[in-house]
Write a new protein. Sequence first.
Length: 326
Amino acid sequence: MKSTAVKWQNSEAKKILDQHLLNEVPRSPQRIYASMVIMREFHSTAVLTTEGQILDVEMVRSGFNHDKLVSRVVLQKRKQIAPERRTGRAFYRARKEEDGCDYMNEMCGKCPDCLIYGFAATKGEGAQRSRVLTDTGFAIRSYEGMQRSITLNAIQDTTAGGISGSAFAEREHIRPQVFFPTVETLVDVTPAEFIYVLRNILTTTRYGGESNRQGSVQNHPVALFFGRGELLSNLALTQHVYDRLYEQVGEQIDEFPLNRSDVEEAIRDTITKQSEQAYFPIRLYKGEELQSFLTSVRDLWRNEEECEAWQTELEKDHQVYLQNLK
Ligand SMILES: [Zn+2]
């Protein structure tokens, strides 16, 4: 049955992306940036430890106006990007039967994952720098208010089989309802590539260790902006958000889980203010404009035919790029 859905080519999303992005992957950097502002909300406990039992924390200033020192739980860059790459690879693999990309051993250098997120050839030639930029995310509240030690059966649950002579070990988790305001920036991508990364962000729901039974996350898109540079780091974003929330609730900020819509509003206000102060023009999409963009991509992904049209374009973008490299 022919669908009556809007075609990918005529979709609202494609129109917006065409206005701001390149129509092919450039051979040398042009530094055309597209940034998604995401509020990552943990819905369950999560393991955000690099190794061992202690959560990853950094001592930083709480905000700009309120500058007392706090220890914040961090969400490392790798912990944000790795699960999203896995989402994308699985999606691609389901469509292409001959998936020659072996992430652990030899990366193919041709698939969307290699070409967008980057790869280094283990043998032979070729490498691609990642065109997805992010940095460490910081929780808004202090570590003390959001950590919980969970006793594990050490023999079952720790990799080395536990400490001999002791059946139990403790590992620190974050409690549910912890927010990480983050920005993921794409550099020199085409509209089809942008949609690929956006899909990975919006459909990845598990982060951190032991993610088969915890680490459930919802990524809420708060804003989207285009320009010739990056606007602010994740730490600065968290600090601005902290200032705004502190003005509303004062010292109580560390006592209870934050309200989702308050956090979202604080992120949106911060990005709006920062974009007005940037040294280059920025086109910011938020509120209704952002919603209409997201509705358009939702329609696209839910329509098999148009989803195929988008992926065919993605493939074409990469064929042209690889051809040009020769
Ligand atoms: Zn590959």
